[in-house]
Ligand binder design. Sequence first.
Ligand SMILES: [Zn+2]
Ligand SMILES: [Zn+2]
Length: 406
Amino acid sequence: MARSAREPALVFHNGTAVLPEKLLPDAVVICEGGRIKRVGHLRTLPRDATLVDAKGGYITPGFVDIHVHGGDGADFMDGTADAVRTACRAHARHGTTTIFPTTTTGSPEQLCAMLQACLEVQRSRNPADGARIAGVHFYGPYFAPDKVGCHSQAGRRDPDAREYRRHFATGIIRIATCAAELPGAEKFYREARKRGCLITCGHSNATWLEMARAFRAGMRHVDHFWCAMSSVASLRQRYGTPMQASMEQFVLAHEAMSTEVIADGCHLSPELLDFAYRQLGPHRLCLVTDANRALDMPPGRYRFGCVADGEWIESDGRVGFVPGGGALASSVVGLDAMVRNMKAMTSASLPEVIRMASLTPAERARIAGEVGSLVPGKRADVLVLNQRLRLKQVFLGGVESSSATD
Ligand SMILES: [Zn+2]
Ligand SMILES: [Zn+2]
C-alpha cells in the first residue's frame, strides 16, 4: 500500500500516562489504525503524525461504565435507537468510552425494545454514536419486592425462565442481575453463567446463606454497595435474632466477589468510599455512574426508566431523589466527576482510581483484552485530563469525540 494512503499515527505527548500500576511521566502514547501501538518514552516525535498535546496533564484509558441508565434526557429503557445514541453520546462527553446500558424494571415488551435498540446501535458502529456498547446490563426486573428503590414496582417480578431465555437469546446481555432470595434466582444465575455473563445480586435483602447459594450458582458481584441491599439491621427485621450476616459481610469476606460504588458524593460519605476502597482494593471495586436521564439536564422532574410510565424522580442538579420522600434515585453526574471525587475523598492513588473506572470493570465484564488500560493492542480509547483531573479530550478508537464536558 502507498505510504500516503495510510492513516497518520495518533501521538499523545507532553503528559503523564496513567498505567494500572503506576504513573509514567513524560510519556508518549502512539496509536495506529484505531489501536494502541506503543506506550513509553521517545526522544523525537514521529513525523507525519497527528499530535495531541496533553499540556502537562494526564493521558488515561477511556472509562468503562457497567451500571448506567441514561443521560441528556434519554433513558435506555425508552427503547429507541435515538434514545440509546443520545445517552451514549452524553456519557462519552464525560469520558466513558465503553458502556453497558442498564435495564430498569419494566414490562417484557419494554425490555425487548431496549435490547433491540441497543443491538441496533451496537451493529451500526459509528464513532459519532458515543460510548461503545459492549453489552447490556440486564438489571431490572428481578428485584426483591422490599428493595425496588426508585424503580417502578409494577415492573418488578420474580425470574421467569420463558421470559429471560428470550432476552438472553439476543446475545447482547453481558451482565445479569437478580436478587438472590427470589424463587428461581439460581436457575437464572446458571443460565447467565452459561452465557458468560458477570452475574450480580442487587436490589436484594439476601442473607449470607442465600448469597452462598447464589455464589455456587455463579454470582460474583453486588450492585451499588450499601444501596438497596441487605444489612445486618434489615435482616433483623426479617429474621429477628440471632442477627444474620448480610450481603455486605459476604462481599467483604469473599476474595472472588466484587462490587461498585456511586461516588457522586451524595450517595456515600467520603469515609464509606474510603472504607470500600481499603477493604476491597482497586481490583474488586468499580466506579459506576448509575446515572439517569437527568445527567446534563437542568434540575426538574424526570421519568426513571421508560419515558412512557417510569416512576417520577427529581434532580436538583447534584443527585436524583424520590419527590417528597427524600430517598435517593440514582446519580446525575458522569464518571469524570466520580473519578475526581474518589481521588479527593479517599486514600486511593491516581492509578488506582483510574483502574476502578476502567480496567477493573473491564476485567469483571470480561472485556479487558480489548479495553480498560493503555496497553499495545487494545482499542485506542484514550482521554486527556488536565492536572486537576478535568476532562479535556476524548478519543474513541483513535477518533476524537466532538466535545468533552469540562
Ligand atoms: Zn439500583
Ligand atoms: Zn441503577
